[in-house]
Ligand binder design. Structure first.
Ligand SMILES: Cc1cc2nc3c(=O)[nH]c(=O)nc-3n(C[C@H](O)[C@H](O)[C@H](O)COP(=O)(O)O)c2cc1C
Length: 208
Protein backbone atom coordinates (compact mmCIF):
# COMPACT_ATOMS: atom_id res chain seq x y z
CA UNK A 1 0.00 0.00 0.00
CA UNK A 2 1.56 3.25 -1.12
CA UNK A 3 -1.36 5.58 -0.50
CA UNK A 4 -0.96 9.04 0.94
CA UNK A 5 -3.23 9.12 3.99
CA UNK A 6 -1.68 12.18 5.61
CA UNK A 7 -4.76 14.28 4.72
CA UNK A 8 -7.04 12.27 7.04
CA UNK A 9 -8.09 14.62 9.80
CA UNK A 10 -11.12 15.75 11.77
CA UNK A 11 -11.77 18.42 14.30
CA UNK A 12 -12.80 17.47 17.83
CA UNK A 13 -15.68 19.58 19.05
CA UNK A 14 -18.08 17.56 21.17
CA UNK A 15 -17.29 18.44 24.77
CA UNK A 16 -14.82 19.97 27.21
CA UNK A 17 -13.24 19.13 30.57
CA UNK A 18 -12.79 21.52 33.48
CA UNK A 19 -11.23 20.72 36.83
CA UNK A 20 -14.07 22.52 38.60
CA UNK A 21 -16.70 20.39 36.88
CA UNK A 22 -15.28 16.85 36.96
CA UNK A 23 -15.87 14.49 39.87
CA UNK A 24 -13.14 14.60 42.55
CA UNK A 25 -13.05 10.79 42.37
CA UNK A 26 -11.73 9.45 39.03
CA UNK A 27 -13.63 6.16 39.34
CA UNK A 28 -16.86 8.15 39.56
CA UNK A 29 -15.75 10.32 36.64
CA UNK A 30 -14.93 7.16 34.69
CA UNK A 31 -18.39 5.78 35.53
CA UNK A 32 -20.00 8.89 34.06
CA UNK A 33 -18.12 8.49 30.80
CA UNK A 34 -18.80 4.75 30.79
CA UNK A 35 -22.53 5.36 31.21
CA UNK A 36 -22.40 7.90 28.36
CA UNK A 37 -20.82 5.24 26.11
CA UNK A 38 -23.34 2.65 27.28
CA UNK A 39 -26.35 4.88 26.75
CA UNK A 40 -25.31 5.55 23.17
CA UNK A 41 -25.01 1.80 22.57
CA UNK A 42 -21.44 2.08 21.35
CA UNK A 43 -19.98 -1.14 20.01
CA UNK A 44 -17.66 -2.84 22.53
CA UNK A 45 -17.66 0.21 24.75
CA UNK A 46 -16.16 -1.95 27.55
CA UNK A 47 -13.15 -2.87 25.39
CA UNK A 48 -9.78 -1.60 26.62
CA UNK A 49 -6.20 -2.00 25.52
CA UNK A 50 -4.16 -3.73 28.23
CA UNK A 51 -0.45 -2.93 28.00
CA UNK A 52 2.16 -4.98 29.79
CA UNK A 53 5.95 -4.82 29.99
CA UNK A 54 8.20 -7.80 30.35
CA UNK A 55 11.98 -7.91 29.92
CA UNK A 56 11.80 -4.21 29.02
CA UNK A 57 9.55 -4.94 26.03
CA UNK A 58 5.97 -3.72 25.86
CA UNK A 59 3.05 -5.70 24.46
CA UNK A 60 -0.61 -4.77 24.18
CA UNK A 61 -3.94 -6.38 23.41
CA UNK A 62 -7.66 -5.68 23.80
CA UNK A 63 -9.58 -7.23 26.70
CA UNK A 64 -13.05 -6.51 28.09
CA UNK A 65 -13.73 -4.59 31.28
CA UNK A 66 -15.97 -6.87 33.34
CA UNK A 67 -16.05 -5.07 36.68
CA UNK A 68 -15.52 -1.56 37.98
CA UNK A 69 -14.99 -1.06 41.69
CA UNK A 70 -13.53 1.67 43.87
CA UNK A 71 -10.34 -0.43 44.08
CA UNK A 72 -10.03 -1.12 40.41
CA UNK A 73 -10.79 -2.34 36.91
CA UNK A 74 -11.49 -6.08 36.50
CA UNK A 75 -10.92 -8.28 33.44
CA UNK A 76 -10.76 -12.05 32.87
CA UNK A 77 -8.29 -14.15 30.96
CA UNK A 78 -6.11 -17.24 30.91
CA UNK A 79 -3.46 -16.96 33.66
CA UNK A 80 -1.03 -19.03 31.53
CA UNK A 81 -1.41 -16.83 28.45
CA UNK A 82 1.34 -14.53 27.28
CA UNK A 83 -0.22 -11.64 29.20
CA UNK A 84 -0.58 -13.86 32.27
CA UNK A 85 3.11 -14.70 32.17
CA UNK A 86 4.04 -11.08 31.60
CA UNK A 87 1.86 -9.98 34.52
CA UNK A 88 3.53 -12.56 36.78
CA UNK A 89 6.86 -11.07 35.73
CA UNK A 90 5.86 -7.41 36.09
CA UNK A 91 2.61 -6.24 37.68
CA UNK A 92 2.80 -2.68 36.31
CA UNK A 93 0.16 -2.20 33.61
CA UNK A 94 -1.64 0.42 31.56
CA UNK A 95 -5.21 0.38 30.29
CA UNK A 96 -6.45 2.55 27.42
CA UNK A 97 -10.08 3.22 26.55
CA UNK A 98 -11.11 5.10 23.39
CA UNK A 99 -14.68 6.14 22.68
CA UNK A 100 -14.44 7.70 19.21
CA UNK A 101 -18.04 8.90 19.10
CA UNK A 102 -17.43 10.99 22.21
CA UNK A 103 -13.89 12.01 21.19
CA UNK A 104 -12.71 10.66 24.55
CA UNK A 105 -9.76 8.65 25.78
CA UNK A 106 -9.01 7.36 29.29
CA UNK A 107 -5.56 6.14 30.31
CA UNK A 108 -5.08 4.16 33.50
CA UNK A 109 -1.74 3.21 35.05
CA UNK A 110 -1.59 0.88 38.00
CA UNK A 111 -0.73 -2.40 39.61
CA UNK A 112 -2.47 -5.63 38.72
CA UNK A 113 -3.37 -8.44 41.09
CA UNK A 114 -5.43 -11.61 40.76
CA UNK A 115 -8.93 -11.42 42.17
CA UNK A 116 -10.18 -14.11 44.58
CA UNK A 117 -10.98 -17.62 43.36
CA UNK A 118 -14.55 -17.10 44.63
CA UNK A 119 -15.08 -14.05 42.42
CA UNK A 120 -13.52 -15.77 39.41
CA UNK A 121 -15.79 -18.79 40.01
CA UNK A 122 -18.82 -16.55 40.23
CA UNK A 123 -18.05 -14.83 36.92
CA UNK A 124 -16.99 -18.06 35.18
CA UNK A 125 -20.24 -19.77 36.17
CA UNK A 126 -22.26 -16.83 34.83
CA UNK A 127 -20.82 -17.29 31.32
CA UNK A 128 -22.66 -19.17 28.56
CA UNK A 129 -21.77 -22.88 28.47
CA UNK A 130 -19.87 -22.65 25.18
CA UNK A 131 -17.73 -19.77 26.49
CA UNK A 132 -16.89 -21.80 29.59
CA UNK A 133 -15.94 -24.78 27.42
CA UNK A 134 -13.83 -22.54 25.17
CA UNK A 135 -11.97 -21.06 28.16
CA UNK A 136 -11.18 -24.54 29.50
CA UNK A 137 -10.18 -25.95 26.12
CA UNK A 138 -7.98 -23.18 24.70
CA UNK A 139 -4.31 -23.09 25.76
CA UNK A 140 -4.36 -19.35 25.11
CA UNK A 141 -1.30 -17.88 23.36
CA UNK A 142 0.36 -21.22 22.62
CA UNK A 143 1.19 -22.22 19.04
CA UNK A 144 -1.20 -24.87 17.68
CA UNK A 145 -0.73 -26.77 14.45
CA UNK A 146 -4.28 -26.29 13.16
CA UNK A 147 -7.84 -25.37 14.06
CA UNK A 148 -8.52 -29.11 14.46
CA UNK A 149 -6.44 -29.11 17.65
CA UNK A 150 -8.89 -26.64 19.13
CA UNK A 151 -11.98 -28.55 17.97
CA UNK A 152 -10.58 -31.73 19.48
CA UNK A 153 -9.82 -29.99 22.78
CA UNK A 154 -13.37 -28.64 22.85
CA UNK A 155 -14.79 -32.14 22.20
CA UNK A 156 -12.66 -33.59 24.97
CA UNK A 157 -13.96 -31.00 27.45
CA UNK A 158 -17.54 -31.70 26.36
CA UNK A 159 -17.08 -35.43 26.82
CA UNK A 160 -15.42 -35.06 30.21
CA UNK A 161 -18.48 -33.13 31.38
CA UNK A 162 -16.20 -31.29 33.82
CA UNK A 163 -17.15 -27.68 33.24
CA UNK A 164 -15.83 -25.97 36.32
CA UNK A 165 -13.39 -23.06 36.23
CA UNK A 166 -9.85 -24.31 35.74
CA UNK A 167 -7.10 -22.86 37.95
CA UNK A 168 -5.46 -21.36 34.89
CA UNK A 169 -8.38 -19.05 34.12
CA UNK A 170 -9.66 -16.12 36.18
CA UNK A 171 -9.77 -12.43 36.85
CA UNK A 172 -7.31 -9.64 37.48
CA UNK A 173 -7.91 -6.28 39.06
CA UNK A 174 -5.96 -3.19 38.02
CA UNK A 175 -5.56 -0.88 41.02
CA UNK A 176 -5.14 2.60 39.56
CA UNK A 177 -2.40 5.03 40.58
CA UNK A 178 -2.88 7.49 37.70
CA UNK A 179 -5.98 8.07 35.54
CA UNK A 180 -6.00 10.57 32.69
CA UNK A 181 -9.13 11.82 30.95
CA UNK A 182 -8.70 13.22 27.43
CA UNK A 183 -11.44 15.16 25.71
CA UNK A 184 -10.82 16.21 22.11
CA UNK A 185 -11.06 19.96 21.45
CA UNK A 186 -10.82 22.19 18.39
CA UNK A 187 -7.47 22.95 16.75
CA UNK A 188 -5.76 20.08 18.58
CA UNK A 189 -5.95 22.04 21.85
CA UNK A 190 -7.46 19.11 23.69
CA UNK A 191 -8.36 18.95 27.38
CA UNK A 192 -6.33 16.55 29.51
CA UNK A 193 -6.97 16.07 33.22
CA UNK A 194 -4.78 13.70 35.16
CA UNK A 195 -5.68 12.28 38.58
CA UNK A 196 -2.71 11.17 40.66
CA UNK A 197 -3.30 8.97 43.71
CA UNK A 198 -1.87 10.43 46.90
CA UNK A 199 -3.77 10.41 50.22
CA UNK A 200 -6.62 11.68 48.09
CA UNK A 201 -6.69 12.11 44.34
CA UNK A 202 -4.85 15.19 43.06
CA UNK A 203 -6.05 16.59 39.72
CA UNK A 204 -3.78 18.44 37.30
CA UNK A 205 -4.19 19.75 33.77
CA UNK A 206 -1.76 18.62 31.07
CA UNK A 207 -0.88 20.38 27.85
CA UNK A 208 -2.25 18.59 24.81
C1 LIG B 1 -12.97 -6.86 21.38
C2 LIG B 1 -12.02 -7.86 21.99
C3 LIG B 1 -12.25 -8.31 23.27
C4 LIG B 1 -11.40 -9.24 23.86
N1 LIG B 1 -11.61 -9.61 25.16
C5 LIG B 1 -10.73 -10.45 25.76
C6 LIG B 1 -10.87 -10.75 27.16
O1 LIG B 1 -11.75 -10.22 27.88
N2 LIG B 1 -9.99 -11.65 27.70
C7 LIG B 1 -8.99 -12.22 26.96
O2 LIG B 1 -8.24 -13.02 27.51
N3 LIG B 1 -8.82 -11.91 25.65
C8 LIG B 1 -9.66 -11.05 25.04
N4 LIG B 1 -9.48 -10.71 23.72
C9 LIG B 1 -8.35 -11.35 22.99
C10 LIG B 1 -7.04 -10.66 23.31
O3 LIG B 1 -6.94 -9.42 22.59
C11 LIG B 1 -5.81 -11.52 23.00
O4 LIG B 1 -5.86 -11.99 21.69
C12 LIG B 1 -5.71 -12.74 23.94
O5 LIG B 1 -6.10 -12.43 25.26
C13 LIG B 1 -4.28 -13.27 23.97
O6 LIG B 1 -3.40 -12.27 24.40
P1 LIG B 1 -1.92 -12.60 24.96
O7 LIG B 1 -1.32 -13.58 23.97
O8 LIG B 1 -1.19 -11.31 24.99
O9 LIG B 1 -2.08 -13.22 26.31
C14 LIG B 1 -10.29 -9.75 23.13
C15 LIG B 1 -10.05 -9.28 21.83
C16 LIG B 1 -10.89 -8.33 21.28
C17 LIG B 1 -10.56 -7.78 19.90
Amino acid sequence: MNRDISHIRKDYIKDSLEIEKVDANPIKQFSKWFIDAESKGLLDYNAMVLSTVSNNKPSARVVLLKGLQEEGFVFYTNYNSRKGQELADNNNVALTFFWAEYERQVRVEGIVEKISAELSDKYFNSRPLDSRIGAIASPQSTVISSRDVLDEAVNNVKQSNDIKRPEYWGGYKVKPQVIEFWQGRANRLHDRLRYVKEDNWRIERLAP
